[in-house]
Design a protein around this ligand. Structure first.
Ligand SMILES: [Zn+2]
Length: 127
């Protein structure tokens, strides 16, 4: 996909929030979106459970997350999350995930803006 195609997709609103290596934790230990009552339960316990990928212990930490929304990248720093001590997988509570979504949609003044180098791999480099 080239820049022109990306721009067209963005104009057609075809870009959605994509969470990169972040999964929402719910009390049943599955990854996915949570609803009403489950949200409350997680807020109160703050226990991330075991990693649903490798079974490792998940500990509370502050992490940096990169999101892509409508062709823009967003970096969130010092985000409270659970981090698997074995494979590094990150888990967010529904509250934090919602907060991030809210910020992307409504925040007007960001703490800082950085430029990001982009490299488009030439087609000659094949596997
Ligand atoms: Zn893990």
């Amino acid at each position: 996909m080239d820049i022109k195609e990306i721009k067209e997709k963005v104009e057609r609103n075809e870009y959605e929030i994509r969470i990169i290596t972040v999964y929402i934790f719910n009390p049943k230990g599955q990854s996915g979106l949570m609803k009403g009552e489950e949200v409350k339960e997680v807020r109160e316990m703050h226990n991330y459970g075991d990693c649903s990928f490798c079974g490792g212990k998940v500990k509370s930490d502050k992490v940096e997350l990169v999101y892509q929304y409508r062709g823009k990248l967003y970096i969130f720093q010092k985000v409270p999350a659970g981090v698997c001590q074995q494979c590094g997988e990150k888990y967010l509570t529904a509250k934090v995930a919602k907060e991030i979504e809210q910020r992307i949609l409504t925040k007007e003044k960001w703490d800082k803006t950085i430029s990001v180098p982009v490299d488009v791999f030439p087609e000659e480099i094949a596997v």
